[in-house]
Structure formats: C-alpha cells, structure tokens
Design a protein around this ligand. Sequence first.
Ligand code: FES
Length: 157
Amino acid sequence: MEKLVSTPKKKNTLERKEFMKQVGIGFGGILLMNCLQACSDSEIPDPMPGGSGDKVDITLDLNLTANNSLNTLGGFVVSGGVIVARTLDDNFIAVSSACTHQGTTINYRAAEKDFLCPLHLSEFSETGAVEKGPATSPLTRYNVTSDETANTVRIFE
Ligand code: FES
C-alpha cells in the first residue's frame, strides 16, 4: 500500500515571511535614501555627475537626429547638463542647462535672445547673466567651436 506524504505548509509560510521581510527592508532603504536626498541643503542638482573636478567637454554630431535642431537658426539642444543654441545670427552659444533657482531645465528663445526657465520664469541673457528672477545666480557659460567639415560642435570649459 502506498503512503502519501504531504509537504508541510509551514515551510512555505516561513519562506513567504522571509521574502516579505527582505522586500520590506529593501523598500524601507529606498524610502530612506529618497528622504535624505529631499531633505539635503542642496537646491540645485549637480548637472555634471562625477564631481566638480570634471570639466565639460562635449562634442555634438549635427548629423545625428538628436542634434538636428542645431542645423536650424534659433534651434537648441540640451545634452550633458549643457544647453547649446544656434542664434539667429548663426553663432553657437552654450550655458549650463539647469536653472540656478531650483534646477529646472531652461529653454532658448531665439527671438528674445535669451534663456527662459519654464518653472518660475527666470530669464538669462545669452551669456548666462540673470535678466529676471527669482534666480539670482548666473548660468555657467561655455566655449563653443564648430567644425563645418565634420558637422560637429564642441562645447568645453
Ligand atoms: S526653477 Fe527656474 S525660476 Fe525657479
């Protein structure tokens, strides 16, 4: 006669409890990290992760679709914490893309020859100077060179 052996259910219950405990610890850790970040004194996120010692040096290939706006006068591209614009006078300009008020990504307005923050409407000149608050600090201005043969633009400090 065959005897049926049943698996104890308690083992599954313990595994489930252990699993829920692990998930709870992981979830709690994520919440703690977010809370610590939100409560820090830093108003503006670092636009260039990796430390302040890193210098901006970006080359944009204007043949790529992502950078296609720079093939048009008045167009702009945001890349690597930098906003690069092509003025209506056909010059390339570049400044840091994070508004100095609370870090919102700014836009370029070719007709007004300035940068506008869409959140609280701070305005910055084409050199990054504050034209209208609430921002009080200027944007960082970068050097720009263009290579018409390669169809690239280099932004650097
Ligand atoms: S975040 Fe730009 S003006 Fe406030």
